[in-house]
Design a protein. Structure first.
Length: 131
């Protein structure tokens, strides 16, 4: 399939899942929506990391992946904090509605990835092994 369609498909799967979570009762949510989050993450994350390695210069690929992991960790901290606030202050389903909106926007933004060619930067030549 290639990395770009996998990023789009993964984001679309996650957008569908979070949208379904806003309307499904909890028992059905676990059976019908949560698998699409897992499928979407399995499609999206490896393809995103591959695109990052293609786009970054060979000497800065680790830095690009590390930056992506830093943002993912920050989201893992800030997401539950915001969700807890919305649950208590707004209403219990507010965090799912916000997640649905954000994932739909992410899926729409990932359409732009489909339009641009991948610039594959070749890896630096490794020195020959010597005994």
């Amino acid at each position: 399939f290639g990395e770009k369609p996998l990023v789009f498909g993964g984001n679309l799967s996650r957008a569908f899942a979070f949208s379904a979570m806003t309307v499904l009762p909890v028992p059905l949510m676990w059976v019908l929506a949560i698998p699409f989050v897992s499928i979407g993450n399995g499609l999206w994350l490896p393809a995103l990391i591959a695109l990052l390695t293609y786009a970054a210069p060979p000497g800065r690929r680790g830095q690009a992946i590390g930056l992506q992991q830093s943002f993912a960790a920050a989201g893992s901290i800030l997401g539950p904090l915001l969700s807890g606030y919305l649950f208590v202050r707004v209403f219990p389903n507010a965090s799912m509605i916000l997640a649905s909106i954000l994932m739909t926007l992410t899926a729409l933004l990932s359409i732009a990835i489909l339009r641009y060619p991948i610039r594959r930067t070749p890896a630096a030549a490794l020195p020959a092994a010597t005994d």
